[in-house]
Each structure stands twice: as structure tokens, then as C-alpha cells.
Design a protein around this ligand. Structure first.
Ligand SMILES: [Cu+2]
Length: 273
């Protein structure tokens, strides 16, 4: 297909800058400010004192790194984000590198916002981890449960959403935001809410798969009192291994031999409450 070949060439030309993070949380039908409820991340250690946008948006490539948990240097809450109070069953969302091109009133343009979308193909997930005490002291070393997995196209996907894209393009591909619900039977309490996007790549390509992840501080209320036990749980890092076949493969734009419907989701399965 001609159009997808052009997209592929574009991806090659600007690929090194095609990175992103999730800095903005939506709840109560309102988008918050960048990093208001989400733990700030640190720039990569580039060996230079001068930090650029590239130093912030560069992805995690080591799945055994502590940075896989909440982004670079964010397993501690050094930026002290606010805690969003959310009812179990409510809709929340994450936005990418806000806010160029994003219709959010009052949005501030960040210096890093050059590619404000989920630029790469690949699966997206969301996760919860209960904090035993204050979120500001929680490192995320406890249990994590997956509450969302986006693989193929959905009603939230960026158009075009025709038969070709349904077969060959990922659901979150080039979306600017993604919304989902907190399971209705989530136990009340303080949680890290983690959003993750993986750009699958083979082990022998650059550094392999790229991981994009950030964490929000949330307090879940369960007013209905209908509570179940989240599971199965995993540790992060620990959930993925370098070279794992579900993540380390080539399914980029332009690979028309790959059918998204063949994707095998890495463990764990989604807890739907
Ligand atoms: Cu990238």
C-alpha cells in the first residue's frame, strides 16, 4: 500500500525523536495539568549538563530496570504530585506529551512536546498497585495488577479505521489520549495508576523494544461496597524479560505481513473486577 509505505519512510527519518511520555491524567471528565497528578521523571544521563527534550522523552529499553515501574527515576515521588480521588468504575485517561494539537483548555505547551501522540505501533496497558501507606512514600515495590490491554483498533483509535488498519494497525497508534475505566470492584485505597505503551522491536534492532510508562497517584473510593480481590499480580520490574518473544519482534508500520490479531499478549491477564 502506497500510503503506509510513505508513513514508514517518515518513521525512519524522524524515528529517533518519535518518543513520548504520559504527563497528564484525566478524571471527573477533566484533564489535569502536566505532572499535576503524575510523578515527574528525570532526563536520561547523557553525559552532558545540557538537557534537551530528547533527554526526557527517550524510552526505557531495559525491562529489568527500576525505571520500568513509573518512568526514569520515578519509583520515588520526588515531585510530590497530587492524589486524584476517583470512584471505582469511573473513567480515567492519560494524555501524551501534552499539549500541541491537543484540545485541552488552558494547556501549557511543554518544550518537549514535539511528537504529542503515541507515535509508535504497539500494545498499551494500564495497571494498579496498592500503596500500604502514603503514596508519597510508596516506591511501587508491591503487587501490580493489569486493568487494561489495548491491542487492536477500538472506537478510540485515530482514523482511518478501515479494514486495512483494523488488520495491520494497533489500537493506540498515534492516539493523543487514551481513556479507560477503573474496575468497579476495586478495593478502596491509595494506588499507583500506571500507563504503559510498548514499541515492540527485535533484540537485534538498536536496543530492542521500547517501554513508555508513567504513574499517577490516585485514591479509589468504592461507595457501592462491591469489592473483589485484584489478580493475578506481578512485580514491576519482573513482569517482562529482555528478549521475551511477545515483545521482541517486528510489527512496525510498513510490515504488512503482520496481522495485529496474531499478537499474543504477555502475562499477566487483565483483571476486570
Ligand atoms: Cu521512539
Amino acid at each position: 500500500m502506497k500510503s503506509s509505505s510513505l508513513v514508514f519512510i517518515g518513521a525512519l527519518l524522524v524515528g529517533v525523536n518519535g518518543h513520548y511520555f504520559f504527563d497528564r491524567l484525566m478524571f471527573n471528565n477533566t484533564w489535569s495539568e502536566p505532572w499535576e497528578y503524575i510523578r515527574k521523571i528525570s532526563p536520561q544521563n547523557s553525559g552532558s549538563d545540557i538537557k534537551t527534550d530528547y533527554d526526557y522523552i527517550i524510552p526505557i529499553v531495559d525491562p529489568s530496570s527500576l525505571d520500568l515501574r513509573c518512568g526514569r527515576n520515578a519509583s520515588t515521588a520526588w515531585s510530590y504530585p497530587k492524589t486524584a480521588v476517583i470512584r471505582a468504575g469511573d473513567t480515567v485517561g492519560f494524555a501524551v506529551n501534552t499539549t500541541v494539537g491537543l484540545p485541552i483548555p488552558g494547556a501549557t505547551i511543554m518544550p518537549w512536546d514535539r511528537w504529542p501522540n503515541l507515535y509508535h505501533p504497539g500494545p498499551a496497558t494500564a495497571w494498579l498497585s496498592p500503596a500500604p501507606g502514603a503514596l508519597s512514600e510508596y516506591t511501587g515495590d508491591g503487587d501490580w495488577v493489569k486493568i487494561l490491554s489495548v491491542v487492536g483498533r477500538t472506537e478510540q483509535s485515530e482514523p482511518p479505521n478501515d479494514e486495512y488498519h483494523w488488520k495491520h494497525q494497533w489500537g493506540t497508534y498515534q492516539a493523543k489520549t487514551w481513556n479507560f475505566t477503573i474496575p468497579a470492584t476495586t478495593p478502596p485505597g491509595n494506588y499507583l495508576l500506571r500507563f504503559e505503551h510498548i514499541y515492540p522491536l527485535p533484540v537485534n534492532s538498536l536496543q530492542g523494544a521500547q517501554f513508555y510508562t508513567n504513574c499517577a497517584h490516585i485514591k479509589v473510593l468504592n461507595l457501592a461496597g462491591d469489592i473483589s480481590t485484584p489478580g493475578p499480580t506481578v512485580k514491576i520490574p519482573g513482569v517482562y524479560a529482555f528478549g521475551q518473544k511477545e515483545i521482541y519482534f517486528f510489527a512496525d508500520v510498513g510490515n504488512e505481513t503482520y496481522d495485529i490479531r496474531d499478537f499474543v499478549e504477555p502475562k499477566p491477564v487483565v483483571w476486570r473486577g
